[in-house]
Design a protein around this ligand. Sequence first.
Ligand SMILES: [Zn+2]
Length: 319
Amino acid sequence: MTSFDDLPPPFGGFDGLPAVEASAFTGFAVSRIDRRSENRAADAVAAAFADAGARLYLFAADRALIKAGDPLFTAAEAERLGVNRDNAVLLGWVEGAPHLAATVADVPGDTNIEAADIRALATEGRLSSEHLGAIAQARSLTHWHSRHRFCANCATETTMANGGYRRDCPSCGAEHFPRTDPVVIMLAIDARNGGDNCLLGRQPRFMPGMYSCLAGFVEPGETIEGAVRRETFEEAGIRIGRVAYHASQPWPMPHSLMIGCHAEALSRDINRDETELEDARWFSRAEARAILAGTHPDGVRAPPPMAIAHHLIRAWAEG
Ligand SMILES: [Zn+2]
């Protein structure tokens, strides 16, 4: 393990802060919603429904409803679709208009309305990026409410509070807050001995030819750096030294936050976890550029530009 004395300072004063916020280039990261978390009074959701300018993002199961290319519905349209007001969440405001999120029980038969996979929406670029950030916020919250109706302390049915950012137990008084699950996603780089290679792996569920960064959930009591070192060793058997944060990405499937890092590899021999990865390989910087351009001779492809893994690879390959 590296000692503190071997590590450089985190940055050279404030001049060392990044000029460009890399997170802004990832899918689900951009939103126009002004959350105004101080404005979540007890009647905030009811007041928002009563506002003529109110707009709703609607979900059926895990899918977002889209009406002729538009993901926003009026309160009257939402009522006609049978919106569940009991799990409606106040997301915030856009130019003074309250924006909410809620679910409907069934995908409407109306042929103008489709129920879209939200990952596909981000990949295909059919919606403007500002909707994707709002949809991430909306879907993470409505999913949490749908799975956390009962108190984890005493099993009594809880009620929504704070505009949908809390559930309160009427029996034992416990307050329950929405989850955000941190996930580290990292590009390990071996730059020792004049080499310059990055580590990419393939999960069995990936599209043919696609390789990506390794990733895993941060465990309780663990730093981001500790999780990067542990997950890289568990999945690929590679020892990691220093770790640098690059960017983050909300990942609303259902409520994760991807924390993207570059990591310094201290070993070379891959010892793959065969249940997690069906392959893991080192790629040179030239190969990484070819992968991003879609011209790698083995047909290796990168994740799409909406994914933070794409930007971790690109930042290193073009850096
Ligand atoms: Zn309780």
